[in-house]
Design a protein around this ligand. Sequence first.
Ligand code: KG4
Ligand code: ZN
Length: 338
Amino acid sequence: MIDGKFTILAIESSCDETAAAVVCEGRNALSNVISSQIDIHKAYGGVVPEIASRHHLDNVNWVCRKALDDAGAAMDDIDAIGVTYGPGLVGALLIGLATAKAYALATGKPLIGVHHIHGHICANYIEHKDLEPPFMALVISGGHTNIVEVTDYNELRVLGSTRDDAAGEAYDKVARVLGLGYPGGPLIDRIAREGNPEAVEFKRVFLEKGSMDFSFSGIKTGVLNYVNSEKQAGREINTADVAASFQQAVLDVVVAKTVEAALSLGKDKIVVAGGVAANSRLREMLKAECDKHGLGLYHPSPVLCTDNAAMIGCAAYYKYKAQGPDDLTLDAIPNLPL
Ligand code: KG4
Ligand code: ZN
């Protein structure tokens, strides 16, 4: 306990960020340490699972130590250990999970396994102290694109998912086609500001009427075909225009489906989470639609949008209050359902 408050040491290692945080009473992050491997994976144009696991192993102990130090906390102040156990890269998840289990076993403190998507949504509780369920959530990242109905802190129902690529994955692949670099999301976000979103007409994929699912692989291929045909015709490509047009095609669908989901299920607020939630155009478009329909809109600051452990500490707190601890036999589940 710190000042009588339930305090969790949380660990996140599902992809390419090794992260640890100390979180009090679910919503107060006393520290939030993130060791990113982006520069290492840049050379390969994407995350290499084997390399990610190795770096998690190198980093996880000092990241946890720094999280405690930054919070001015000792292990004795910690009441429970929270950790992401899925979904994610199995080798990467295992490093965080084994570390959390070792701390739990050595100290006798409870272990709490967290679903990564639950964590992303909970980032908003840290950012917005008065936010409470129910609401409609859009979780949009490099690994996921989900519309989730949140009726209580631990009551989540997935209404729609991507059937192929996640939105962030499409951003990253298109950025590669345009020669922008990795990770592509922030680069497209920036360059698209200088482009015309109506310059190239990419197909908006809404799927069957009423479906809350997504499909982004067609848009990705559309960009690739456009770039190739322009090159073959000897025409110069306006990168900013293509980036802006691609982004607009993706976000038109994402925003329309999210707002429709909120309205059709009678929710009065939308909560956005995940790496792509940092996107400036997504924020602008959602804000305009939410204002039009009288919906509240919440998103975390950029550091809490991308993978971090503070969000895992928050989710662990609410799960523990409702369900108690997990067993030390808890396993990493790469495709863990919500
Ligand atoms: O949540 P996150 O750190 O990891 C996953 O759980 O996937 O999200 C990373 C993703 C990457 O695809 C990255 O390109 C994207 O989030 N991203 C963005 C922006 N910042 C990060 N996409 C669009 N615009 C941004 N500003
Ligand atoms: Zn994530």
